[in-house]
Structures are given as structure tokens and as C-alpha cells.
Design a protein around this ligand. Structure first.
Ligand code: GLN
Length: 322
């Protein structure tokens, strides 16, 4: 995939990179602990095929929670929103992504949204296919279409590393099973979920997928509607309300771009009707978001007025002065 390196973007990356020292790479999945905390790269993919980038864009990383929004899209296509939202809710939680607390205190025990682990596990269990391999192959084929690269696969090492240590996710599954939210074998589901989270790509791919969401599910290269418009709309709305974990409210106010992050350090952004953004920066803040990635998005949003919610404070003052 060709992507032109851009000077202006490089200056922003170097400025944002200084924040990596305040973050930490995730190591609760042991294999993720090997990432270089100083890495930071970005790509912006426009619907006319143009792409600009900065940083080491060939660096690969695993999707982790970013895969949740893509598996949700496929499950919505497979089953329709009525069925999907019988299993999972639409509300942000304000809790960390792997929290079990609300499942226990809310009756019935239904995960509040598909972006927290409990909700994502339920969504993954709804993927169609007669075996795990078939379900994973369908998800991979969907992702390959969105990224326009048929070589995208998953990291066996990272999938195994998460599977062997995923006791909190195991606990969530057993809790959900006890409350009849799923009837699947827990080990089978974790096997599939950890492979889904270990799907691997670089920020150029991520920007391309973000661009398809931004363009209401149309792949401008082929003019094909690869995600139904309604599904793209639902996914982008979840990205705004729950995409950045329990920092989504602050992110919406400061940045105002539908985005989804993952603990490997990826952030996928979809600026509605305009372009897709892919970022990789594995040093995370205390909520699990790429610390320098957020800074970079903050600079981009302010400099280029990208917030979908309109004028920033400064703009408002200008408008009033005029
Ligand atoms: N695979 C990770 C987990 O379930 C994904 C979490 C994330 O990226 N926030 O813990």
C-alpha cells in the first residue's frame, strides 16, 4: 500500500512522541510487554486513495479491542440489530473495559455495550460459522476486504499469550453463562476471542478501515457498500460513546472524532465523510489508551478543526467577535 510520508505530520508525531515516556506498554498480556514504548506512527487515508503518514508505518501491532468494533459490524450484518441488541446493550459504563462490576449489580446481567470485554465476548459468540476456524476465517476475510490486503492474519504468539493468561475474561464468560447470556464452551470462545484480538496489521491498514467507516461503509475504490450504511452508523456511534473505554467522554469533548483503541497501542479514527486515521503508539495511559496517540489526535483535531461536534472554544469566541 503506497503512503506518502508527510513533513507536517512528522513534526506533530515528534512533538507527541515526547509523551510516550509518561506511558507504559500493556504487559497483562505478557507478549505485548515486548513492544517498544517509544514507537509512534500515523497514517491518514482519504477516499480518493491518497494516503499521508509519519513515523515507522511498517510496524505491525495487534488490534486487541479495535477488533470489537469490526466483529460487531460483522455480527450486525449476520444477524441484524434486533437480535444483537437482545444480547448486548447500548450504554457506556464509565468502568474499565474488563470490569465485572455492572454485570453483577444490574438485573438482568446483560453487558452494557459491545466495546467492553463482557459485551465483546457476547458479540464474538454470535459470529456465524460452524467451527471456530470458520468464524475466524469469515472475520479475517471481512477485515482483509476493509483493509484491502488479503495477507492480513493473526499473531499466534500473542493469541496464545492472552489465552494462557485470560482468567478475568474467563470469569466474565462463566458469569455470562450462568446468567444464560451464552451457552458456548468457555474455552472455545476464549480461543476464538484471543485470536480475534491478535489480528495483526500496520497503521496504514487501520487508516484504510477507518476510512471505510468514515464513508458510511462504502469502499470508494470499488464503489461497493462493504458495510451497510446503518451498520457503519451504529459502529461509529459506539466509537463516540464507548470507543476509548472510560475516557470516551473526555475524548469526545477534547477531540470529537469517532475512534476505537486497543491495548496494543492502536487507535482507529473515522472522521465522518472525510478520512480514516490509523495510529500506533504502544505506551498507554492509565485507562489503556495510547498516550501519545491521544496527544497526536488532540493536536490534529485542534489544528484542523476535526471535531464532529463543531467549533472549539476559540472558534466560538471568534464567531462572537465577528
Ligand atoms: N484482548 C484484550 C482483552 O480482552 C483487549 C482489551 C483491550 O484492548 N482493551 O483484555
Amino acid at each position: 500500500m503506497f503512503c506518502e510520508s508527510n513533513k507536517e505530520l512528522k513534526t506533530l508525531v515528534e512533538e507527541a512522541r515526547t509523551y510516550t515516556k509518561d506511558g507504559k506498554v500493556a504487559d497483562y498480556i505478557p507478549a505485548l510487554g515486548k513492544a517498544n514504548p517509544n514507537d509512534l506512527s500515523i497514517a491518514i487515508n482519504y477516499p480518493d486513495g491518497h494516503c499521508v503518514s509519519a513515523g515507522d508505518v511498517s510496524e505491525k501491532f495487534t488490534l486487541q479491542s479495535i477488533s470489537k468494533v469490526i466483529s460487531l459490524a460483522l455480527v450486525l450484518i449476520d444477524r441484524g440489530s434486533k437480535e444483537v441488541f437482545e444480547h448486548v446493550g447500548m450504554e457506556p459504563t464509565g468502568d474499565p473495559f474488563n470490569s465485572i462490576a455492572k454485570l453483577e449489580t444490574m438485573i438482568p446481567a446483560k453487558p452494557l455495550n459491545p466495546m467492553i470485554n463482557a459485551g465483546a465476548l457476547v458479540v464474538t459468540h454470535l459470529l456465524k460459522g460452524s467451527t471456530n476456524d470458520e468464524k475466524l476465517d469469515r472475520l479475517l476475510a471481512f477485515i482483509q476486504t476493509l483493509a484491502n490486503d488479503s495477507t492480513i492474519g493473526y499473531s499466534e504468539e500473542i493469541a496464545r499469550s492472552e489465552y494462557e493468561t485470560a482468567d478475568l475474561n474467563r470469569a466474565l464468560c462463566y458469569f455470562l453463562k450462568q446468567h444464560n447470556r451464552m451457552n458456548e464452551d468457555v474455552e472455545q470462545l476464549l480461543n476464538l476471542y484471543t485470536k480475534q484480538c491478535a489480528i495483526e496489521m500496520n497503521c496504514l491498514h487501520l487508516a484504510r478501515i477507518g476510512m471505510v467507516f468514515a464513508m458510511d461503509g462504502v469502499d470508494p475504490e470499488t464503489s461497493k457498500q462493504v458495510i451497510p450504511k446503518e451498520v457503519a452508523r451504529i459502529c461509529k456511534t459506539f466509537m463516540v460513546t464507548c470507543g476509548m473505554y472510560n475516557a470516551s467522554g473526555e475524548f469526545a469533548i477534547n477531540i470529537g472524532i469517532p475512534a476505537k483503541s486497543g491495548v496494543a497501542g492502536g487507535i482507529m479514527g473515522a472522521v465522518p465523510g472525510r478520512f480514516g486515521i490509523g495510529i500506533f503508539g504502544p505506551a498507554l495511559d492509565d485507562k489503556g489508551n495510547s498516550i501519545a496517540g491521544i496527544k497526536l489526535l488532540e493536536m490534529l483535531s485542534k489544528n484542523y478543526r476535526l471535531s464532529m461536534f463543531g467549533a472549539t472554544h476559540e472558534n466560538i469566541i471568534n464567531v462572537f467577535n465577528n
